[in-house]
Design a protein around this ligand. Sequence first.
Ligand code: MN
Length: 423
Amino acid sequence: MKSLGDFLEVDLTVDDEVSPEFEISKILMEHYRKTVLFNRVKGSRLRVAGNIITSRDRMCSALCTTREKFVMKVTESLKSPLEAEDVNKTPWQEEIKSLRELPILRHFERDAGAYITSGVVFARDEEHGRNASIHRMLVIDDNHIAIRLVERHLHAFYTKKEEKNEALEIAIAIGLHPSVLFASSYSFNSFEDELALAGALAGEPVTLAKCKSVDLRVPSEAEIVIEGKILPGERTEEGPFTDITGTYDIVRKQPVIEVTKISVKRDAIYPALVPSSVEHRLLMGMPREPSIYHEVSKVADVKNVVLSEGGCSWLHGFVSIKKRSEDEPEEAIEAAFKGHRSMKHVVIVDDDIDIFNPEEVEFAIATRFQAHRDAHIFRNVKGSSLDPSAERSAITTKIGIDATKPLGKEEEYEKARIPEVNK
Ligand code: MN
Protein backbone atom coordinates (compact mmCIF):
# COMPACT_ATOMS: atom_id res chain seq x y z
CA MET A 1 0.00 0.00 0.00
CA LYS A 2 1.05 3.55 -0.67
CA SER A 3 2.36 5.49 2.30
CA LEU A 4 2.08 9.08 3.46
CA GLY A 5 5.62 9.59 2.15
CA ASP A 6 4.58 8.48 -1.34
CA PHE A 7 1.99 11.27 -1.42
CA LEU A 8 3.83 14.04 0.41
CA GLU A 9 5.01 16.94 -1.78
CA VAL A 10 6.56 19.60 0.43
CA ASP A 11 6.17 23.23 -0.73
CA LEU A 12 7.74 24.90 2.29
CA THR A 13 10.29 23.65 4.82
CA VAL A 14 10.67 25.24 8.26
CA ASP A 15 14.04 24.55 9.91
CA ASP A 16 13.70 26.91 12.90
CA GLU A 17 12.36 25.30 16.06
CA VAL A 18 8.58 25.72 16.33
CA SER A 19 6.13 25.02 19.13
CA PRO A 20 3.24 22.56 18.73
CA GLU A 21 1.29 24.97 20.92
CA PHE A 22 -0.43 27.38 18.46
CA GLU A 23 2.71 28.18 16.43
CA ILE A 24 2.45 25.32 13.92
CA SER A 25 -1.31 25.74 13.43
CA LYS A 26 -0.80 29.47 12.82
CA ILE A 27 1.82 28.86 10.13
CA LEU A 28 -0.34 26.18 8.51
CA MET A 29 -3.44 28.41 8.40
CA GLU A 30 -1.40 31.28 6.93
CA HIS A 31 -0.09 28.99 4.17
CA TYR A 32 -3.19 26.86 3.69
CA ARG A 33 -2.46 26.08 0.05
CA LYS A 34 1.08 24.92 0.83
CA THR A 35 2.29 21.63 2.28
CA VAL A 36 4.68 22.56 5.08
CA LEU A 37 7.32 20.37 6.72
CA PHE A 38 8.57 21.33 10.18
CA ASN A 39 11.98 19.77 10.87
CA ARG A 40 12.41 20.85 14.50
CA VAL A 41 9.48 20.74 16.88
CA LYS A 42 9.82 21.74 20.52
CA GLY A 43 9.52 18.79 22.91
CA SER A 44 9.53 16.04 20.28
CA ARG A 45 12.03 14.26 18.08
CA LEU A 46 9.42 13.72 15.37
CA ARG A 47 9.01 15.99 12.38
CA VAL A 48 5.59 17.44 11.53
CA ALA A 49 3.97 17.86 8.10
CA GLY A 50 0.78 19.84 7.58
CA ASN A 51 -1.64 20.86 4.82
CA ILE A 52 -0.86 17.57 3.14
CA ILE A 53 -4.02 17.87 1.01
CA THR A 54 -4.07 21.45 -0.25
CA SER A 55 -6.87 21.27 -2.80
CA ARG A 56 -9.70 19.19 -4.24
CA ASP A 57 -7.42 18.26 -7.14
CA ARG A 58 -4.72 16.96 -4.77
CA MET A 59 -7.32 14.88 -2.95
CA CYS A 60 -8.52 13.51 -6.28
CA SER A 61 -4.97 12.64 -7.33
CA ALA A 62 -4.59 10.59 -4.12
CA LEU A 63 -7.69 8.65 -5.16
CA CYS A 64 -6.36 8.19 -8.72
CA THR A 65 -9.12 10.35 -10.20
CA THR A 66 -10.07 13.90 -11.24
CA ARG A 67 -12.66 16.36 -9.90
CA GLU A 68 -14.98 15.55 -12.82
CA LYS A 69 -14.79 11.78 -12.30
CA PHE A 70 -14.43 11.70 -8.49
CA VAL A 71 -18.04 10.76 -7.68
CA MET A 72 -18.06 7.96 -10.26
CA LYS A 73 -14.70 6.66 -9.04
CA VAL A 74 -16.03 6.33 -5.50
CA THR A 75 -19.26 4.73 -6.73
CA GLU A 76 -17.29 2.15 -8.75
CA SER A 77 -14.86 1.49 -5.89
CA LEU A 78 -17.78 0.78 -3.56
CA LYS A 79 -18.97 -1.86 -6.04
CA SER A 80 -15.54 -3.48 -6.38
CA PRO A 81 -13.84 -3.33 -2.97
CA LEU A 82 -10.24 -4.54 -2.65
CA GLU A 83 -9.63 -6.50 0.57
CA ALA A 84 -6.70 -5.59 2.81
CA GLU A 85 -3.84 -8.08 3.11
CA ASP A 86 -1.90 -9.17 6.18
CA VAL A 87 1.88 -8.81 6.13
CA ASN A 88 4.40 -10.40 8.42
CA LYS A 89 6.50 -7.53 9.65
CA THR A 90 6.78 -5.03 12.48
CA PRO A 91 7.38 -1.64 10.90
CA TRP A 92 7.40 0.33 14.16
CA GLN A 93 10.81 -0.28 15.68
CA GLU A 94 10.99 2.61 18.10
CA GLU A 95 8.91 3.15 21.21
CA ILE A 96 7.85 6.31 22.95
CA LYS A 97 6.98 6.46 26.64
CA SER A 98 4.49 9.32 26.81
CA LEU A 99 1.93 11.03 24.61
CA ARG A 100 3.70 14.27 25.53
CA GLU A 101 6.69 13.23 23.41
CA LEU A 102 4.54 13.28 20.30
CA PRO A 103 4.18 16.66 18.54
CA ILE A 104 0.42 16.82 19.06
CA LEU A 105 -0.83 20.30 18.28
CA ARG A 106 -2.82 22.76 20.25
CA HIS A 107 -4.67 24.51 17.43
CA PHE A 108 -6.90 27.34 18.64
CA GLU A 109 -7.09 29.62 21.65
CA ARG A 110 -10.07 28.13 23.50
CA ASP A 111 -9.52 24.46 22.54
CA ALA A 112 -9.43 22.29 25.66
CA GLY A 113 -5.85 21.19 24.94
CA ALA A 114 -3.74 19.30 22.43
CA TYR A 115 -5.88 17.28 20.02
CA ILE A 116 -5.02 14.33 17.81
CA THR A 117 -6.99 15.06 14.63
CA SER A 118 -5.50 12.83 11.92
CA GLY A 119 -5.62 9.50 13.73
CA VAL A 120 -7.61 6.59 12.32
CA VAL A 121 -9.03 4.46 15.13
CA PHE A 122 -9.14 0.70 14.48
CA ALA A 123 -11.28 -1.69 16.48
CA ARG A 124 -12.89 -5.07 16.02
CA ASP A 125 -16.25 -6.54 16.91
CA GLU A 126 -17.12 -10.24 16.94
CA GLU A 127 -20.24 -9.70 14.89
CA HIS A 128 -19.31 -6.84 12.57
CA GLY A 129 -15.56 -7.26 12.06
CA ARG A 130 -13.12 -4.42 11.65
CA ASN A 131 -13.94 -0.72 11.80
CA ALA A 132 -11.80 2.28 10.89
CA SER A 133 -12.94 5.80 11.76
CA ILE A 134 -11.55 9.25 12.45
CA HIS A 135 -12.22 10.94 15.79
CA ARG A 136 -10.96 14.01 17.54
CA MET A 137 -8.96 12.98 20.59
CA LEU A 138 -7.93 15.21 23.47
CA VAL A 139 -4.70 14.41 25.29
CA ILE A 140 -5.43 14.29 29.02
CA ASP A 141 -2.06 13.17 30.42
CA ASP A 142 0.94 10.94 29.57
CA ASN A 143 -1.24 7.93 28.77
CA HIS A 144 -4.89 8.99 28.66
CA ILE A 145 -6.97 10.44 25.83
CA ALA A 146 -10.59 11.60 25.67
CA ILE A 147 -12.27 10.40 22.47
CA ARG A 148 -15.34 11.97 20.90
CA LEU A 149 -17.66 9.14 19.89
CA VAL A 150 -20.69 10.08 17.83
CA GLU A 151 -23.30 7.35 17.71
CA ARG A 152 -21.87 5.39 14.85
CA HIS A 153 -19.91 2.17 14.44
CA LEU A 154 -17.11 2.57 16.98
CA HIS A 155 -19.65 3.83 19.49
CA ALA A 156 -21.71 0.66 18.90
CA PHE A 157 -18.65 -1.57 19.42
CA TYR A 158 -17.80 0.27 22.63
CA THR A 159 -21.36 0.22 24.00
CA LYS A 160 -21.54 -3.55 23.55
CA LYS A 161 -18.31 -3.99 25.53
CA GLU A 162 -19.28 -1.47 28.17
CA GLU A 163 -22.53 -3.33 28.86
CA LYS A 164 -20.37 -6.30 29.90
CA ASN A 165 -18.09 -3.95 31.87
CA GLU A 166 -15.24 -4.72 29.46
CA ALA A 167 -12.79 -2.38 27.74
CA LEU A 168 -12.67 -2.10 23.94
CA GLU A 169 -9.20 -2.60 22.46
CA ILE A 170 -8.26 0.02 19.90
CA ALA A 171 -5.24 1.12 17.88
CA ILE A 172 -4.79 4.62 16.52
CA ALA A 173 -2.83 4.73 13.27
CA ILE A 174 -1.38 8.13 12.41
CA GLY A 175 0.37 9.12 9.18
CA LEU A 176 -1.46 7.29 6.41
CA HIS A 177 -2.02 7.70 2.68
CA PRO A 178 -5.04 10.00 2.04
CA SER A 179 -7.01 7.12 0.47
CA VAL A 180 -7.17 5.47 3.92
CA LEU A 181 -8.21 8.75 5.57
CA PHE A 182 -10.88 9.28 2.91
CA ALA A 183 -12.30 5.75 3.31
CA SER A 184 -12.26 6.09 7.10
CA SER A 185 -14.33 9.28 6.77
CA TYR A 186 -16.84 7.59 4.48
CA SER A 187 -20.23 7.09 6.15
CA PHE A 188 -21.30 3.54 5.44
CA ASN A 189 -24.85 2.77 6.50
CA SER A 190 -23.90 -0.79 7.42
CA PHE A 191 -20.65 -2.22 8.83
CA GLU A 192 -18.73 -2.30 5.53
CA ASP A 193 -14.96 -2.55 5.60
CA GLU A 194 -13.47 0.91 5.14
CA LEU A 195 -10.07 -0.51 4.18
CA ALA A 196 -11.51 -2.42 1.22
CA LEU A 197 -12.77 0.91 -0.12
CA ALA A 198 -9.35 2.48 0.47
CA GLY A 199 -7.72 -0.34 -1.48
CA ALA A 200 -10.09 0.03 -4.41
CA LEU A 201 -9.56 3.80 -4.51
CA ALA A 202 -5.78 3.58 -4.33
CA GLY A 203 -5.62 0.67 -6.79
CA GLU A 204 -3.73 -1.60 -4.41
CA PRO A 205 -4.69 -3.38 -1.19
CA VAL A 206 -3.98 -1.88 2.23
CA THR A 207 -1.37 -4.00 4.00
CA LEU A 208 -1.86 -4.74 7.69
CA ALA A 209 0.70 -5.49 10.38
CA LYS A 210 0.17 -6.74 13.93
CA CYS A 211 0.05 -4.42 16.89
CA LYS A 212 2.16 -5.22 19.95
CA SER A 213 -0.11 -4.91 22.99
CA VAL A 214 -3.58 -5.32 21.49
CA ASP A 215 -5.01 -8.05 19.26
CA LEU A 216 -5.48 -5.82 16.21
CA ARG A 217 -3.86 -5.08 12.89
CA VAL A 218 -3.32 -1.62 11.44
CA PRO A 219 -1.92 -0.37 8.10
CA SER A 220 1.76 -1.29 7.98
CA GLU A 221 2.55 2.05 6.36
CA ALA A 222 1.40 4.08 9.39
CA GLU A 223 4.06 6.41 10.77
CA ILE A 224 2.85 6.15 14.37
CA VAL A 225 0.67 3.64 16.24
CA ILE A 226 -0.93 4.36 19.61
CA GLU A 227 -2.40 1.22 21.18
CA GLY A 228 -4.82 1.12 24.07
CA LYS A 229 -8.34 0.47 25.24
CA ILE A 230 -11.47 2.52 25.74
CA LEU A 231 -12.31 2.05 29.41
CA PRO A 232 -15.81 0.99 30.49
CA GLY A 233 -17.75 3.32 32.76
CA GLU A 234 -15.29 6.22 32.41
CA ARG A 235 -16.24 9.67 31.11
CA THR A 236 -14.37 12.92 31.07
CA GLU A 237 -14.95 16.43 29.74
CA GLU A 238 -14.11 16.77 26.06
CA GLY A 239 -14.11 20.22 24.41
CA PRO A 240 -14.29 23.04 23.58
CA PHE A 241 -12.88 22.08 20.20
CA THR A 242 -12.76 24.03 16.95
CA ASP A 243 -14.53 21.93 14.35
CA ILE A 244 -15.09 22.13 10.60
CA THR A 245 -16.92 25.48 10.67
CA GLY A 246 -14.07 27.19 12.53
CA THR A 247 -16.28 27.81 15.56
CA TYR A 248 -16.04 26.13 18.96
CA ASP A 249 -17.98 22.94 19.57
CA ILE A 250 -19.37 22.46 23.08
CA VAL A 251 -18.00 20.49 26.05
CA ARG A 252 -19.42 16.96 26.44
CA LYS A 253 -18.73 13.99 28.69
CA GLN A 254 -16.89 11.46 26.52
CA PRO A 255 -15.13 8.08 26.95
CA VAL A 256 -11.48 7.69 27.92
CA ILE A 257 -8.68 5.73 26.23
CA GLU A 258 -5.90 4.26 28.35
CA VAL A 259 -2.77 4.02 26.23
CA THR A 260 -0.76 0.79 26.47
CA LYS A 261 1.93 1.39 23.86
CA ILE A 262 3.19 4.06 21.47
CA SER A 263 5.41 2.93 18.59
CA VAL A 264 6.86 4.91 15.71
CA LYS A 265 8.77 4.27 12.53
CA ARG A 266 12.34 5.46 12.32
CA ASP A 267 12.27 9.12 11.15
CA ALA A 268 8.50 9.21 11.57
CA ILE A 269 6.53 12.23 10.41
CA TYR A 270 3.50 13.35 12.42
CA PRO A 271 0.73 14.69 10.16
CA ALA A 272 -0.88 17.83 11.54
CA LEU A 273 -4.48 18.32 10.49
CA VAL A 274 -5.73 21.75 11.54
CA PRO A 275 -9.48 21.79 12.23
CA SER A 276 -11.45 24.00 9.80
CA SER A 277 -8.52 24.07 7.36
CA VAL A 278 -9.09 23.36 3.68
CA GLU A 279 -7.62 19.91 4.32
CA HIS A 280 -10.08 19.14 7.12
CA ARG A 281 -13.01 20.36 5.03
CA LEU A 282 -12.08 18.31 1.98
CA LEU A 283 -11.48 15.17 4.03
CA MET A 284 -14.75 15.44 5.88
CA GLY A 285 -16.91 16.85 3.09
CA MET A 286 -15.82 15.02 -0.05
CA PRO A 287 -16.87 11.56 1.24
CA ARG A 288 -20.45 12.91 1.48
CA GLU A 289 -20.65 14.04 -2.14
CA PRO A 290 -21.12 10.55 -3.66
CA SER A 291 -24.15 9.88 -1.43
CA ILE A 292 -25.74 13.18 -2.46
CA TYR A 293 -25.09 12.23 -6.09
CA HIS A 294 -26.58 8.80 -5.51
CA GLU A 295 -29.81 10.18 -4.00
CA VAL A 296 -30.30 12.92 -6.60
CA SER A 297 -29.64 10.42 -9.40
CA LYS A 298 -32.84 8.66 -8.39
CA VAL A 299 -34.90 11.70 -9.44
CA ALA A 300 -32.78 13.67 -11.93
CA ASP A 301 -30.01 13.43 -14.50
CA VAL A 302 -27.12 14.66 -12.33
CA LYS A 303 -23.94 16.02 -13.83
CA ASN A 304 -21.97 16.67 -10.64
CA VAL A 305 -22.16 17.49 -6.93
CA VAL A 306 -19.93 19.57 -4.68
CA LEU A 307 -19.95 20.68 -1.06
CA SER A 308 -18.50 24.15 -1.50
CA GLU A 309 -15.49 25.30 0.50
CA GLY A 310 -17.28 28.56 1.35
CA GLY A 311 -19.99 26.48 3.03
CA CYS A 312 -17.28 24.76 5.10
CA SER A 313 -17.52 21.74 2.73
CA TRP A 314 -20.37 20.65 4.96
CA LEU A 315 -23.36 23.01 4.99
CA HIS A 316 -23.66 24.14 1.35
CA GLY A 317 -24.15 21.87 -1.64
CA PHE A 318 -24.22 22.70 -5.35
CA VAL A 319 -25.77 20.20 -7.73
CA SER A 320 -25.80 20.50 -11.52
CA ILE A 321 -28.47 18.64 -13.47
CA LYS A 322 -29.63 18.25 -17.05
CA LYS A 323 -33.19 19.36 -16.41
CA ARG A 324 -35.95 17.35 -18.11
CA SER A 325 -39.06 18.64 -16.33
CA GLU A 326 -40.11 21.54 -14.11
CA ASP A 327 -40.70 19.22 -11.13
CA GLU A 328 -37.17 17.92 -11.14
CA PRO A 329 -35.34 20.67 -9.24
CA GLU A 330 -37.65 20.42 -6.24
CA GLU A 331 -37.29 16.64 -6.18
CA ALA A 332 -33.54 17.06 -6.55
CA ILE A 333 -33.50 19.42 -3.56
CA GLU A 334 -35.30 16.93 -1.32
CA ALA A 335 -33.07 14.08 -2.51
CA ALA A 336 -29.90 16.11 -1.92
CA PHE A 337 -30.88 16.79 1.70
CA LYS A 338 -31.52 13.09 2.11
CA GLY A 339 -28.04 12.35 0.76
CA HIS A 340 -26.36 14.57 3.36
CA ARG A 341 -28.46 15.27 6.43
CA SER A 342 -26.15 17.98 7.78
CA MET A 343 -26.52 20.12 4.67
CA LYS A 344 -28.44 23.37 5.22
CA HIS A 345 -28.54 25.07 1.81
CA VAL A 346 -28.51 23.42 -1.57
CA VAL A 347 -28.45 25.11 -4.97
CA ILE A 348 -29.63 23.26 -8.08
CA VAL A 349 -28.20 24.60 -11.33
CA ASP A 350 -28.26 23.66 -15.01
CA ASP A 351 -25.38 21.75 -16.49
CA ASP A 352 -23.95 24.84 -18.23
CA ILE A 353 -22.87 26.11 -14.79
CA ASP A 354 -19.47 25.05 -13.43
CA ILE A 355 -20.31 24.12 -9.83
CA PHE A 356 -16.62 24.13 -8.87
CA ASN A 357 -16.67 27.90 -9.50
CA PRO A 358 -18.78 29.63 -6.80
CA GLU A 359 -19.04 32.79 -8.93
CA GLU A 360 -20.85 30.83 -11.64
CA VAL A 361 -23.27 29.42 -9.06
CA GLU A 362 -23.91 32.93 -7.77
CA PHE A 363 -24.50 34.05 -11.38
CA ALA A 364 -27.17 31.34 -11.72
CA ILE A 365 -28.86 32.53 -8.50
CA ALA A 366 -28.68 36.13 -9.70
CA THR A 367 -30.20 35.54 -13.14
CA ARG A 368 -32.36 32.40 -12.90
CA PHE A 369 -33.88 32.44 -9.41
CA GLN A 370 -37.04 34.08 -7.99
CA ALA A 371 -37.48 33.44 -4.28
CA HIS A 372 -41.32 33.34 -4.22
CA ARG A 373 -41.26 30.66 -6.92
CA ASP A 374 -37.92 28.88 -6.61
CA ALA A 375 -37.07 28.82 -2.90
CA HIS A 376 -38.07 25.64 -1.10
CA ILE A 377 -38.03 26.11 2.66
CA PHE A 378 -38.04 23.33 5.25
CA ARG A 379 -38.60 24.58 8.80
CA ASN A 380 -37.69 22.82 12.07
CA VAL A 381 -35.73 19.95 10.58
CA LYS A 382 -32.64 18.12 11.84
CA GLY A 383 -29.42 19.64 10.50
CA SER A 384 -25.81 19.89 11.62
CA SER A 385 -24.77 20.00 15.27
CA LEU A 386 -21.71 21.94 14.08
CA ASP A 387 -23.70 24.95 12.83
CA PRO A 388 -23.68 27.56 15.61
CA SER A 389 -26.80 29.23 14.20
CA ALA A 390 -28.89 26.05 14.56
CA GLU A 391 -31.37 25.87 17.41
CA ARG A 392 -30.79 23.37 20.21
CA SER A 393 -30.27 19.73 19.12
CA ALA A 394 -29.27 20.80 15.62
CA ILE A 395 -32.78 21.93 14.67
CA THR A 396 -32.53 24.20 11.68
CA THR A 397 -34.27 25.73 8.67
CA LYS A 398 -33.12 24.42 5.31
CA ILE A 399 -33.45 26.15 1.98
CA GLY A 400 -33.23 24.60 -1.45
CA ILE A 401 -32.64 27.07 -4.24
CA ASP A 402 -33.78 26.19 -7.72
CA ALA A 403 -31.50 28.29 -9.93
CA THR A 404 -32.28 26.43 -13.14
CA LYS A 405 -33.66 28.05 -16.29
CA PRO A 406 -37.34 27.40 -17.07
CA LEU A 407 -37.66 24.90 -19.90
CA GLY A 408 -38.71 26.35 -23.24
CA LYS A 409 -37.39 29.82 -22.45
CA GLU A 410 -33.77 29.19 -23.39
CA GLU A 411 -33.67 32.29 -25.58
CA GLU A 412 -34.39 34.66 -22.68
CA TYR A 413 -31.60 33.07 -20.65
CA GLU A 414 -29.06 32.76 -23.44
CA LYS A 415 -25.58 33.86 -22.41
CA ALA A 416 -24.66 36.65 -24.78
CA ARG A 417 -21.75 35.85 -27.05
CA ILE A 418 -19.58 38.07 -29.21
CA PRO A 419 -19.42 36.78 -32.78
CA GLU A 420 -16.19 36.30 -34.73
CA VAL A 421 -15.22 39.46 -36.57
CA ASN A 422 -14.65 38.99 -40.33
CA LYS A 423 -11.85 41.12 -41.68
MN1 MN B 1 -17.69 1.62 9.84
